[in-house]
Write a protein that binds this ligand. Structure first.
Ligand code: SAM
Length: 321
């Protein structure tokens, strides 16, 4: 575990989140991805003394950092849990009955990995430094990336890389990765990147200013290892069900796959039919209204100061009844 020094994750779309989650007096706030508490700190700074803020994260190291940063604030409760599992957790149910029986005024989900996770080589998320092939957001549960890869066939690995990484060279990359595994050359994140480079050499991409050829494969394996998209739609539906009328859900996604799920789920909850044909075969209930239906992108100024924010999209839905 890294030494607990100053936070290194810059909250994305912070002003836009503050503009769209305006907290009433005695607000009840649920932060599904507390991370290092950047958004939480800013939201709490705008909230009154009666506000209660529940921050959830599946990563023990993130929770330790958030605790170090915000632990003295009695309005905050921190819970270790994957948000997909939150809704039936006894600890959550007890907190909700005691603190937010009428539902939440604001729910925030800032999806994906934090810079802390990406920049800590021992967590195994990054191809820039050699680390163990892990990639679990919660290192206490699930299979590390190497063990997950060892369970794959050429076809299942290629499918995951294609589906979650939108990588066109998924088949030869999957074969190269499994070859490296069977020849005992797949221990570290660098080994994984090296296997990708045997299919897409690094130099031309670097010279042309493109992203590293390993980026899409790393994204894909990380999404698969953490089951990141498996229950996202259901979690957003559950979040909306926990809003009080007029309460808002704000979701920040970081890549097009994630954003597509967020967009489609919120549109469906807003009663918009996206299926084939011109009209819906059934009348969809209209639980929310979409605030900025096109989503909100970071300003040019933010993208210039914090380049990883460039791909972020914020979508906001307001509960109607
Ligand atoms: C982008 S960071 C959040 C940063 C935070 N908003 C801040 O300002 O510091 C995403 C966080 O969500 C957590 N996370 C990702 N998927 C999760 C899940 N399914 N359940 C709970 N936490 C999750 C990650 O561990 C990570 O700390």
């Amino acid at each position: 575990m890294m030494a607990l020094e100053s936070p290194i994750h810059v909250p994305v779309l912070l002003q836009e989140v503050l503009d769209h989650l305006v907290l009433p007096p005695a607000a009840r706030v649920l932060d599904l991805t507390l991370g290092l508490g950047g958004h939480a700190e800013a939201l709490l700074a705008k909230a009154d003394a009666e506000t209660r803020y529940l921050g959830v994260d599946r990563d023990p190291e993130a929770r330790a950092r958030a605790l170090q940063r915000l632990g003295s604030d009695a309005r905050l409760t921190i819970m270790g849990c994957a948000y997909e599992d939150l809704w039936d957790e006894p600890q959550f149910l007890a907190w909700q009955v005691a603190q937010a029986p009428g539902g939440f005024d604001a729910i925030l989900a800032d999806l994906g990995v934090s810079t802390l996770q990406l920049r800590t080589p021992e967590r195994g998320f990054s191809f820039r430094d050699a680390g163990p092939l892990d990639m679990r957001m919660d290192p206490e549960h699930g299979l590390p990336a190497r063990a997950w890869i060892a369970e794959q066939t050429d076809e299942s690995l290629a499918n995951a890389i294609y589906q979650y990484g939108e990588e066109r060279a998924s088949r030869p990359i999957a074969r190269a990765i499994l070859r490296a595994l069977h020849e005992d050359r797949l221990e570290t994140t660098r080994d994984l990147a090296r296997a990708v480079y045997t299919v897409i050499p690094r130099e031309p991409a670097k010279r042309k200013g493109h992203s590293d050829p390993a980026t899409r494969t790393f994204q894909a394996i990380r999404i698969a290892v953490n089951g990141e998209l498996d229950r996202l739609a259901a979690s957003l539906e559950a979040a909306v069900a926990h809003l009080r009328p007029g309460g808002r859900l704000a979701v920040i996604s970081f890549h097009s796959l994630e954003d597509r799920i967020v967009k489609q789920t919120l549109r469906r909850l807003a009663g918009v039919y996206d299926g084939p044909g011109r009209t819906s075969p059934v009348v969809l209930p209209k639980l929310v209204k979409l605030v900025h239906p096109g989503g909100i992108a970071p300003s040019e100024a933010e993208a210039a100061v914090n380049p990883p924010s460039r791909s972020a999209r914020l979508r906001v839905a307001e509960r109607l009844l």
